[in-house]
Design a protein around this ligand. Structure first.
Ligand SMILES: NC(=O)c1ccc[n+]([C@@H]2O[C@H](COP(=O)([O-])OP(=O)(O)OC[C@H]3O[C@@H](n4cnc5c(N)ncnc54)[C@H](O)[C@@H]3O)[C@@H](O)[C@H]2O)c1
Length: 336
């Protein structure tokens, strides 16, 4: 894969993994990353990457003039759009406006700024399984690309709206946009407000893990490296206008995940505290990813069973990274 990729939100959890993954897999590829460095963005996530192949620009995707300048200057062949407000709890307790502003207006501004760029061959709009809403615990049903959009949180509704904006740019302007919808990611460099790093931080600080309600909330986990490999395939082989679900068939309840952490840190069950449930909490997500497997030949390499402990060990070994980010952004702003 040659040429330049414009990556938005590349200093975040998944974007930084995608950049790392792509630069090491393709020695001739360059990346231009535009990131606003909100509380969730962290330049340390990109540390050690070759600076002759990675250009970092601090900026807002909603700044059309800036995006247009970058496109004119670097003539990217591809765009991968990660930039978003991504934390469900913040969208519930902190107000939905920031989510609509970045995820919907930001996506519209970005796509408007690049829609006449002749260098661009493909755009991947990175979305989430949360746009489909929730599934019942029993019955084994999974989300397909044809499932209805029934988002339940302000985060999910802003992502669903951004998907529709992306689709309309394909239909109206023939912009070669592919939409991907992935399940819950785990792996290194995730900001510590999210379940796994947050729980690790709590346990390491001698505090109990906090679990919403009864904890019987099931998520379909995928290692972030597998998400990155799927996105590269979508970029290379994905058909514009199509949607591809991404998931690794690894359903785990929040309570089961908490118990695995207790085992890892040799703690007793008293190190779990059940807290008041999240409003509108989705019971279960499960992704049917047969389309991307069948049509693009994607296959995940990790299983939650094998890669969960490696992920936990990474956070334990990288407490310095976590503490530095904490000092910069303040205490993780969670439901507590
Ligand atoms: N984390 C998951 O499990 C998951 C699953 C499926 C899809 N996704 C999607 O993947 C994308 C990345 O998620 P993540 O977990 O890495 O999020 P993250 O919160 O870790 O990173 C988001 C990044 O976007 C940047 N950003 C925010 N607003 C911006 C703006 N206006 N302009 C430029 N940059 C801005 C932030 O600084 C940060 O670096 C999101 O679109 C999210 O909806 C995430």
């Amino acid at each position: 894969m040659k040429g330049t990729i414009l990556v938005t939100g590349g200093a975040g959890f998944i974007g930084s993994n995608f950049i790392r993954h792509t630069l090491s897999k393709y020695p001739k590829t360059k990346v231009v990353c535009i990131d606003l460095l909100t509380y969730a963005g962290n330049k340390d996530n990109l540390k050690g990457l070759p600076n002759n192949r990675l250009i970092f620009v601090k900026g807002d995707i909603a700044n059309k003039a800036l995006v247009a300048r970058l496109v004119k200057k670097y003539k990217p062949t591809y765009v991968v759009h990660f930039a978003a407000e991504s934390h469900v709890d913040r969208s519930i307790h902190g107000g939905a406006e920031t989510f609509v502003r970045t995820n919907v207006l930001g996506t519209a501004a970005l796509l408007s700024a690049i829609k006449n760029a002749s260098s661009i061959k493909k755009i991947v709009h990175v979305s989430t399984d949360e746009v489909y809403g929730a599934l019942p615990l029993k019955g084994g049903k999974k989300f397909t690309e044809e499932s209805l959009l029934l988002p339940n949180s302000p985060y999910a509704s802003s992502k669903a709206a951004s998907d529709l904006v992306a689709r309309s740019f394909f239909k109206t302007y023939n912009l070669p946009v592919v939409i991907t919808r992935c399940s819950n990611n785990y792996g290194p460099y995730q900001y510590f407000e999210k379940l796994i790093p947050f729980s690790i931080m709590r346990l390491m600080g001698g505090n109990p893990i906090t679990i919403y309600g009864d904890g019987k909330y099931v998520r379909d986990w995928i290692h972030v490296e597998d998400h990155s490999s799927a996105l590269l395939l979508a970029l290379k082989k994905g058909i514009p206008g199509e949607i591809y679900n991404i998931g690794a068939d690894d359903e785990v309840s929040n309570l089961a995940l908490a118990h695995r952490l207790l085992k890892y840190f040799k703690k007793s069950k008293s190190a779990i505290t059940h807290v008041k449930d999240r409003p509108g909490h989705d019971r279960r997500y499960a992704i049917n990813a047969s389309k991307i497997r069948r049509e693009l030949g994607w296959k995940p390499k990790h299983t939650f069973n094998k890669s969960f402990e490696t992920t936990v060990a990474w956070y334990v070994e990288h407490m310095g990274w976590m503490k530095k980010a904490l000092a910069r952004t303040g205490r993780a702003n969670t439901h507590l």
